[in-house]
Each structure stands twice: as structure tokens, then as C-alpha cells.
Design a protein around this ligand. Structure first.
Ligand code: B12
Ligand code: SF4
Length: 514
């Protein structure tokens, strides 16, 4: 049977790395089936396009995965796929929370023939076999024979053949940076970020987050050996291609079990499996100096920290009181001392936020080592405790906001400001952090570091800007290059002048705005 796995684009920003679920399910597909992947973020495709593709390639089963943000597009594509006669199975966080919506059991249109609830590692092979036999069921749940939920252990993790998978579309190095990168050194033909998981689950249960509900608070890890082998595979590929591959450890909290993370990082170092990597770690776990030493020594370059707010009352409201704003600066300094920088994520529109929250937050950010600040709005994702609280209080203004997705738009009214005021705060955050002046200041603040670090922050800032400001096409990029020409020329001059010692740290992350 020919199977197509499809992940819709979000229609707003370009994704910087492929989605792991597609490669994972491909690797878990029983033998005898042919699986093709289309990641809409890299290969944009519309309803007519997917229908044509299905007919031309005789696809019989289409698997679609999507976050809430892309679900409206996912349903439209599912409808187009079903209209060809192919069977459609949907999975991922959104349909897990609202399977009746996908199956048309809530009074709406049916979009999927089947829905895979939760983690599908064990159910996917069954889905494929049932589809091949023509006995596809409506719902596949990860349960044992007694009907009890069973989470995959991850100890027997499949080998994802990263050495063979085509990754051409994910080389997103902006053309204008290439002459400069060539000066940085050999091996800059390509640059890609590859997703990898070392474990699943986070027990913290922050109110707005889907993760604790979805993956459960039982944390599971792959063996160190399996992670190290995957890194070695990627490292060999990068060497062979004379390019760069960085890894995004997509674990929700990469250091949730500090002892185990340290042991993994030690094994990575011992096996010489270091590549540049990014991971998400909560600020409270970064107090540990030894952990931070190991992060740096094992190739860690950027740490995504969900800071959310600088106001402890807001953090307590969303059950994230373990974040202590008073220690943010120390955590970031500790990382920066080892040349590790942070992607600092903030949420505006929280219940204790008032107008001026963006400026108050920016004031703090300016006092920290340079990083990549990102700003979002408190979003009630279906089935989260936040959604339930706001629904019960009658505060949702767009109850099914995902059916009409609007980027950076609230779906409920905050308590101490209006929706429009919250939107304006987010705009202030982005505008002030990603203006040419702010980017120049961030680059200049690393003047004492080798050139590679400054190039790193420049590229990352230009790309992260695209999460908020549209910059999908060539002309948009040209415009940005012109706006930031002062900083770019400054670096090119330093690079060609060779006045500054050879850079030790090439760019470690290159997200094109997601
Ligand atoms: C990596 C990641 C990203 C990447 C996405 C890019 C990428 N290429 O992966 C980045 C960092 C860009 C990102 C951004 C965002 N993310 Co994100 N992200 C994740 C994260 C940490 C890992 C995803 C992952 O690969 N997981 C591992 C795989 C194996 O799990 P999985 O995808 O769920 O797949 C399994 C099952 O769901 C199922 N499955 C999935 N799809 C399908 C399809 C079929 C056919 C079948 C049968 C099964 C199936 O089988 C898989 C194996 O068990 C998850 C949290 C998490 N731990 O999953 C959040 C998560 C997906 N993100 C989330 C959110 C909210 C966002 C943002 C909207 C945040 C924001 N406010 O800006 C943005 C928007 C992104 C965009 N542009 O649209 C939410 C989504 C919740 C929801 N209901 O939609 C999650 C769950 C985290 C959370 N806090 O709740 N994200
Ligand atoms: S720490 Fe992060 S992953 Fe864990 S529940 Fe909170 S927001 Fe979700």
C-alpha cells in the first residue's frame, strides 16, 4: 500500500525543521508499504495539489498530523484527500483532545476516517495493517488488552535513517550570508536543524500547556546509546556533505531528570558525538553548574527557556510558580559564561498583566546577555486546564478559535487590559527586540567574542524576526538585509579583514521563523 504522511503548513511562517512524527511513523511502518512524506512547511501544497498527488501516486492511506494552530488547514486537506477515495487517518495533539470534531461526531463535517489518540508508536502499525485489509476503525487508542492506557517506553526506539532521508528543502541559509559563512570555514555548504527526542513527558502541569495531559506525567527516556548513535549518524552525514547539522532536542524539559541528562551528556562527550544542539529546559533546572558545564561541553548552544512572565503573580496564576523571575538574570549569565545563549519566551495577556508589560519586560531583557526573545499571547488550547477555567468563567470570546485561526490574536479577555491592548504589547515586544538597532546592539554586545558568535546571533535574530513579521519571500529577505546592512557589512568587514581570531562557534540555530 502507498501511504502519504502530511503535515500542514501554518500559513504564516516558514518552519525551520521537519516534524519528527513523520519520520518516526515512517520508521515504524510495517514492511511491505511505501511511505512518502510531505511537510507543507517546506513543500507548500493546497487542496487541489494534494488530490492530484494522491491520484498520480495511487496513495491509498493519508496520515495527517497537526497542532491546533494548523487544524483548520488539516481538515481542508483531509476533506480533499477523502474526496479522492483515499482513507484519511489523523493524529497529533489537537485530534487527541477533540476526536469527535475530526470524526464529525460533534454535528460538524466528518474529516477523518480514523483518529489515532495520543502517542501512536504502537497503534500506527495496526492502523496500517487495518487500512490495508480494509478494516479501518474509527478510533485507535494506546491501550493494553484490559483497556488501560499504555505509553510507549522508548527503550526500543526505532532507528530513523537520517543518513538517507532527503533534507534538501531544509537548507535555509540565506543566500546573502553565504560569502560570509564561507569565510567562517569549510563545511558551510548546507545547514539544517534536525529534531530528535531523548525522552517524553513533563510532570509540571502548567495551566496553558498540553504536554502533561498528552504525554502524561510519567517521564520516559530513550537509552543513552540510542541517542548517541543517532547523533553519530547525523555527524557522519554532515561530514560527508561538507555541511552543518544541528539538533533540536524536542523534549519538553530536556533536564527534567538532571541525573539522567548529565549521564546522557557525558556519554555524548565520551563518544565524541557532539553536534551543536538546542533544547528546552526550565529555568529552575539551570541552577546546576555542573549541568551547564556539561551542556556547553556536549555541544549545547541555545536553550529555550519558557520564562513566560517577569511577574510572580502571573506565574502563580498559570501554575508555573517554580519559575523565579529574580533568578532569570543569573541563569542567563551562567549560560553566557559558557557561550550558551537563550531563547527566552514570554506570554502577554496574563491575568495580572497591565499595559506597559512589554516595556517592563524589555527593560529586564536589555540587562541580560543577548538572546532571542519571543513573545506570544496566552492561548487557551483545547482540553488544557486554562481552557476549562476560562470556559467555566464565561471568558472565552472565540470558543472554537482554531476553526478560524488568527495569528497573535487572543481568544479570551484578560482581566486587567483589553484584547487590543494585549495585542499591542506583543507588537511592542517584537518591534523593539528585532529592529535593526536592537539587532545591531545584540551583535555588538558580543564584540569580545569570536566572529562566529556574532554571526550566530545575527542570523538567529534575523530568522526569529520572521515568527512575527512576515518575511517568507525573497524580496522580504532582501528588504531585511538592506535594513540591517550596517550590521551585516560590519561583520563582513571583520570577517574579510581577518582581524579577529578564527571563530570557534559557527551558527548553531537557523530557524526561518516559526
Ligand atoms: C518541536 C515543537 C515545536 C517546533 C515545531 C517545528 C517542528 N518541526 O517540530 C517549534 C519550536 C517551531 C514549535 C512551535 C510552536 N509550538 Co510546538 N511543540 C514542539 C514539541 C516540543 C515537540 C513536537 C514533537 O516532535 N514531539 C514528538 C513527537 C514524536 O510527538 P507528536 O508530534 O505528538 O507525535 C506523536 C503523536 O502525536 C502521534 N501523531 C502525531 N501526528 C500524527 C499523525 C498521524 C497520522 C498519526 C497516526 C499519529 C500522529 O504519533 C506521534 C508518535 O507517538 C511539542 C511538545 C511535544 N512534546 O510534543 C510542542 C507542541 C506541539 N507545540 C505546541 C505549540 C502550542 C506551539 C506554538 C503554537 C507555540 C507558540 N505559542 O508559539 C508554536 C507554533 C508553531 C507553528 N509555527 O505553527 C503545543 C501544541 C498544542 C496543540 N494543541 O496544538 C505542543 C504540544 C506543546 C504545548 N505547550 O502544549 N513547536
Ligand atoms: S514546564 Fe513546559 S512542558 Fe512542562 S508543563 Fe510547563 S510549559 Fe509544559
Amino acid at each position: 500500500m502507498k501511504i502519504l504522511l502530511y503535515n500542514p503548513d501554518n500559513g504564516v511562517t516558514r518552519n525551520f525543521m521537519p516534524h519528527l512524527w513523520m519520520f518516526l511513523l515512517q520508521a515504524l511502518t510495517p514492511p511491505g508499504h511505501d511511505v512518502v512524506l510531505i511537510d507543507g512547511n517546506a513543500q507548500p501544497i493546497d487542496e487541489a495539489g494534494i488530490a492530484r498527488y494522491i491520484r498520480e501516486h495511487n496513495i491509498e492511506l493519508v496520515g495527517i498530523g497537526a497542532m491546533t494552530r494548523m487544524i483548520a488547514k488539516a481538515y481542508r486537506m483531509a476533506d480533499a484527500a477523502r474526496a479522492t477515495g483515499a482513507k484519511v487517518v489523523m493524529g497529533g495533539p489537537h485530534v487527541t483532545e477533540l476526536p469527535d470534531e475530526a470524526l464529525g461526531r460533534d454535528g460538524g463535517k466528518r474529516h477523518a476516517d480514523a483518529v489515532a489518540l495520543g502517542e501512536a508508536d504502537a497503534t500506527w502499525p495496526r492502523i496500517v495493517e487495518d487500512a490495508a485489509r480494509g478494516t479501518l476503525q474509527d478510533v485507535y487508542a494506546p491501550v493494553d488488552d484490559t483497556g488501560k492506557e499504555r505509553k510507549p517506553s522508548l527503550q526500543a526506539y526505532p532507528v530513523i535513517p537520517w543518513d538517507k532521508i532527503k533534507l534538501d528543502q531544509f537548507n535555509l541559509l540565506p543566500a546573502f550570508m553565504q560569502p560570509l559563512l564561507k569565510r567562517v570555514g569549510d563545511g558551510w555548504g548546507t545547514f539544517r536543524i534536525v529534531p530528535m527526542e531523548s525522552g517524553r513527558g513533563c510532570p509540571y502541569g502548567c495551566e496553558f500547556c498540553t504536554v502533561t495531559g498528552f504525554f502524561g506525567d510519567s517521564i520516559r527516556f530513550r537509552s543513552n546509546e540510542s541517542v548517541v548513535n543517532e547523533l553519530l549518524l547525523l555527524k557522519a552525514r554532515a561530514r560527508e556533505e561538507r555541511g552543518q547539522i544541528a539538533v533540536f532536542f524536542i523534549d519538553d524539559n530536556f533536564a527534567i531528570n538532571v541525573k539522567r541528562t548529565k549521564s546522557l551528556l557525558r556519554d555524548i562527550i565520551a563518544a565524541n558525538a557532539q553536534v551543536h544542539w538546542v533544547a528546552q529546559i526550565s529555568a529552575n533546572l539551570l541552577r546546576d553548574e555542573e549541568l551547564v558545564d556539561l551542556i556547553a561541553a556536549s555541544g549545547g548552544k541555545w536553550i529555550f527557556i519558557g520564562m513566560e512572565s517577569i511577574d510572580p503573580a502571573n506565574l502563580a496564576d498559570v501554575k508555573k510558580g517554580f519559575n523565579k523571575p529574580s533568578e532569570y538574570a543569573a541563569v542567563l549569565e551562567r549560560l553566557a559564561q559558557r557561550n550558551v545563549y537563550a531563547i527566552t519566551s514570554f506570554i502577554f495577556g496574563m491575568d495580572n498583566d497591565t499595559t506597559g508589560v512589554a516595556e517592563r519586560t524589555l527593560e529586564q531583557i536589555r540587562s541580560w546577555p543577548p538572546g532571542l526573545p519571543i513573545f506570544g499571547l496566552l492561548t487557551p488550547l483545547p482540553s488544557t486546564p486554562l481552557y476549562k477555567r476560562l470556559e467555566a468563567a464565561g471568558r472565552l470570546t472565540r470558543v472554537k478559535h482554531w476553526q478560524e485561526f488568527i495569528p497573535f490574536a487572543m481568544a479570551h479577555t484578560p482581566l486587567k487590559m483589553s484584547i487590543e491592548e494585549a495585542h499591542a504589547e506583543v507588537r511592542i515586544g517584537w518591534t523593539n527586540s528585532y529592529s535593526p538597532k536592537a539587532i545591531e546592539q545584540a551583535v555588538d554586545s558580543l564584540n569580545q567574542k569570536p566572529l562566529g558568535y556574532r554571526i550566530n546571533i545575527l542570523i538567529a535574530r534575523l530568522c526569529f524576526r520572521g515568527i512575527y513579521f512576515p518575511q517568507m519571500g525573497r524580496f522580504a529577505w532582501l528588504k531585511i538585509a538592506i535594513e540591517n546592512r550596517r550590521t551585516i557589512f560590519k561583520l563582513i568587514k571583520q570577517g574579510f579583514g581577518g582581524g579577529l581570531h578564527a571563530p570557534a562557534a559557527p551558527p548553531a540555530i537557523q530557524p526561518a521563523g516559526d
